[in-house]
Design a protein around this ligand. Structure first.
Ligand SMILES: Cc1cc2nc3c(=O)[nH]c(=O)nc-3n(C[C@H](O)[C@H](O)[C@H](O)COP(=O)(O)OP(=O)(O)OC[C@H]3O[C@@H](n4cnc5c(N)ncnc54)[C@H](O)[C@@H]3O)c2cc1C
Length: 317
């Protein structure tokens, strides 16, 4: 049977949501497409309908709104470095964005797509024939009629998925108390970014299928001092094995956020007066890293210790 494929281009966010409602269970929003299209190529994403939101001007622009800097979800990663407000108040976001993939990819990839990009695992981000050969896994969306995987291959049997959050901008944003604006139907809500991640690798986000992330809000005038590190095999074109972001504000509030070591962001909050060893211990304990990455679980956990110590040294706390 041939499945009809459709490519829809809405002219407003409202229309995009209407199109989504009409294609429930069989559509995917497309922003920069650098994540969606690779997943489609690998057969991990097979929605017959694509809703291309990349032209929606409502989702673009960086503006000051009361005590926040509002970053439209479609802002392109490579272009963040040209924004003066980001350069002055949130340079860590630019630093994080510039570690994503490679320049060509960053010229298409959006910040909204980055915080929502699919979780990854060495045993899942493989070709269809590879996944079939190992009997699939919990996260594999099986082609109709095939026997499926009911265990996590990385852990050799656990009945839970540990595919990792790999967004590099998410930890930087979370450490600086970013909130995201979500539009779903007629309802708009603004929530801390970390709250959209579930911790379940199969369904890593708690957003409804039709929800659109419209913007990201960063709090102004907090005078953040920050430290950012990313562990990867090559300096270019490599997903993270551990991304660490630390921010302290003018009142001494401290926030650590990690990606690459858990299906969600690992978040530890405290103050500059807290004992550093205890904060590091909490961060290591918070990540449920398993051996599903180029680097071993043991090494990545040790690197949390290394990166956080380096961060505290840089921040002189
Ligand atoms: C070779 C390669 C290397 C990469 N390296 C990295 C890396 O180092 N670090 C990293 O973080 N990522 C990396 N990526 C993943 C990806 O390119 C980035 O995460 C990118 O920022 C995704 O943005 P996008 O606009 O292309 O998202 P898309 O592919 O368009 O979308 C990603 C997901 O978000 C959804 N989505 C997008 N925008 C919205 C919105 N506004 N509202 C609701 N849903 C939305 C889509 O439906 C999809 O599920 C890499 C990808 C490749 C192919």
């Amino acid at each position: 049977m041939t499945i009809e494929k459709t490519y829809l281009i809405p002219t407003s966010v409202t229309e995009a949501i209407e199109m989504a409602k009409a294609n429930l269970g069989s559509f995917k929003y497309l922003a920069g497409g650098t994540d969606v299209m690779v997943n489609r190529y690998q057969g991990n994403e097979e929605s017959p309908c694509l809703i291309d939101i990349s032209k929606l001007s409502e989702l673009k622009g960086i503006t000051k709104e009361e005590e926040f800097l509002r970053i439209g979800a479609l802002e392109i990663l490579e272009e963040l470095k040209f924004n003066q407000d980001l350069k002055t108040e949130f340079p860590m976001l630019i630093e994080a964005a510039l570690t994503v993939g490679a320049p060509l990819l960053r010229k298409t990839a959006t910040i909204g797509g980055n915080v929502l990009c699919e979780n990854r695992c060495l045993f899942y981000n493989q070709s269809e024939w590879w996944r079939e050969a190992v009997g699939y896994c919990l996260k594999c969306d099986l082609p109709a009629g095939k026997a499926g995987g009911d265990i996590c291959i990385a852990t050799q049997g656990k009945n839970a998925c540990f595919s990792e959050l790999v967004s590099d901008t998410a930890p930087a944003l979370i450490a600086m108390d970013a909130e995201v604006e979500i539009l779903d139907g007629d309802e708009t809500k603004q929530v801390p970014l970390e709250d959209i991640y579930t911790g379940d690798g199969v369904t890593p986000r708690n957003l409804s299928e039709t929800a659109i992330l419209t913007a990201i809000f960063l709090p102004l005038n907090r005078e953040f001092k920050t430290a950012f590190h990313k562990l990867r095999e090559r300096e270019s074109l490599e997903f993270t094995s551990l991304t660490s972001a630390v921010a302290i504000d003018k009142n001494g509030k401290l926030k650590i956020a990690l990606s690459g070591v858990d299906p969600k962001a690992v978040v530890v909050e405290g103050t500059v007066k807290d004992e550093k060893a205890a904060l590091i211990k909490k961060a290591i304990k918070g990540g449920r890293a398993v051996d599903n990455d180029m680097y071993s679980r043991k090494y990545r956990r040790e690197m949390i210790n290394v990166y956080l110590n380096r961060s505290f040294k840089k921040l002189k706390i």
